[in-house]
Design a protein around this ligand. Structure first.
Ligand SMILES: Cc1ncc(COP(=O)(O)O)c(C=O)c1O
Length: 411
């Protein structure tokens, strides 16, 4: 039995949380009183080993310039223990966060006008970042089947024919899919043949459920040698999402040298004091926490799936293989939702975020609208964040049911 508490939520209503801000909630779902199950952080206590490390720092109460060499050593040991992956310091660059590192690599190793392949649905900063940096988004749309979103690797390969890079998320956000080593190797082999750069965000990888196995892109690439950069971070794994610290793993030393050179030129090398303290404690002492969390999240995902099957049979939860977010497929009630948005337009925001407004207004629950993930075709989906304690999860599920029952009784 784990001594960590994943059953109780922490009250965050007054702690300047982006997720719990009533103003933000109102923007997403039209109802500022709705309970939040959107932004990808958890309402659970962070890893105790991290809070103890911070307490020790606070007792000393000196937060001067820090020497961080042990941070990378600890990360290397963690990767060996958690993912059976051998890393060497000369393949790694530490950085101030995931998105900043991906953006830096995108700027350095592709040029304006380059075509970047992104699987859709996609974590929205990916396509925003590509566009904001003058590159072109080339979307590969996953197949939408009875079982939810499914990768067709041949189509992905075909769509990427003219691309200079692929920006990938493994495990995938928002579907939560964990890819097999063979699938990753196929992507890498194609990339090598075409001399494409592979940028792989693995921020959710440490939260892979015990019955699945995540293969780091870095490891899958050994023996293939595609130009690839794999990005890892402790933020989701140890429930410290607001702290910014990440690691980039490079297939080629030239890529690493250029990355570090640019970090230096822009004075982006220094990791904030508390982020470094937390990451160091997480990677050196947090493995038990991380494994217990994976087990707890897998059980919570089972609970969501079973609850919806029993109580809202027209909805389908595309159960993820990792992490604490998953898509709820509302295609079978979406016509009713559209009808509501037309007959009660005062509750909605025009054509924007129709489904998240439906759940916000009719159920009092705030979830990410499917369209956030890159296409109007995803409008019949919401992303549900179940990274919370049992009471809050049950409350959230009952609010989904409230909206669902409303839709079914509105005939
Ligand atoms: C796939 C993915 N990448 C990156 C991030 C954000 O990373 P950071 O805040 O460390 O830049 C998130 C957060 O939700 C995410 O889901």
């Amino acid at each position: 039995m784990s001594h960590y508490d994943f059953s109780h939520s922490v009250d965050r209503a007054d702690c300047r949380s982006e997720k719990w801000s009533r103003k933000n909630i109102a923007q997403v779902c039209g109802n500022e009183d709705a309970l939040p199950f959107w932004v990808a952080d958890m309402d659970l206590r962070a890893c105790d080993e991290i809070t103890s490390a911070l307490e020790e720092e606070n007792r000393r109460a000196v937060y001067g310039y820090r020497e961080n060499s042990r941070l990378t050593e600890n990360f290397i040991s963690f990767m060996k223990a958690r993912h059976s992956t051998d890393l060497r310091e000369e393949n790694i660059a530490a950085s101030q966060g995931m998105l900043h590192s991906i953006a830096l690599a995108l700027n350095l190793f592709t040029k304006e006008g380059d075509r970047i392949l992104i699987p859709f649905p996609s974590y929205h900063p990916f396509f925003d970042m590509v566009k904001a940096n003058g590159r072109v988004v080339v979307p590969y749309y996953m197949d939408l089947t009875d079982k939810g979103f499914v990768f067709d690797w041949e189509k992905l390969k075909e769509t990427g024919r003219t691309c200079q890079a692929i920006l990938f998320c493994s495990p995938h956000n928002p579907t939560g899919t964990v890819f097999s080593e063979a699938e990753l190797r196929a992507v890498l082999e194609t990339a090598r043949e075409r001399d494409q750069l592979v940028l792989c965000d693995e921020i959710h990888s440490d939260l892979t459920y015990p019955q699945y196995r995540h293969t780091p892109m870095y490891k899958a690439n050994l023996g293939i040698g595609a130009r690839a950069i794999t990005f890892c971070a402790p933020s989701k794994s140890f429930n410290i999402a607001g702290e910014h610290c990440a690691f980039a793993l490079f297939s080629h030393s030239g890529l690493r040298d250029s990355f570090i050179e640019m970090q230096k030129r822009l004075y982006l090398s220094t990791i904030g004091y508390s982020a470094a303290v937390m990451a160091e404690a997480a990677y050196s002492k947090g493995l038990d926490f991380n494994e217990a969390l994976c087990q707890a999240l897998s059980s919570k995902a089972d609970r969501v799936e079973n609850y919806l099957k029993e109580n809202c049979p027209l909805l389908t939860f595309d159960k993820p293989h990792a992490s604490f977010v998953g898509l709820i497929d509302c295609r079978k009630i979406f016509d009713r939702v559209l009808a509501d948005s037309r007959s009660h337009s005062e509750l909605y925001d025009g054509e924007r975020n129709i489904l998240s407004h439906f759940f916000g207004q009719r159920g009092g629950i705030c979830m990410n609208d499917g369209t956030d993930f890159g296409s109007r075709d995803f409008a019949p989906f919401v992303r549900f964040n179940f990274g919370c304690g049992d009471d809050l999860l049950e409350k959230g599920l009952s609010l989904i049911k409230k909206a669902y029952d409303w839709a079914l009784s509105a005939d």
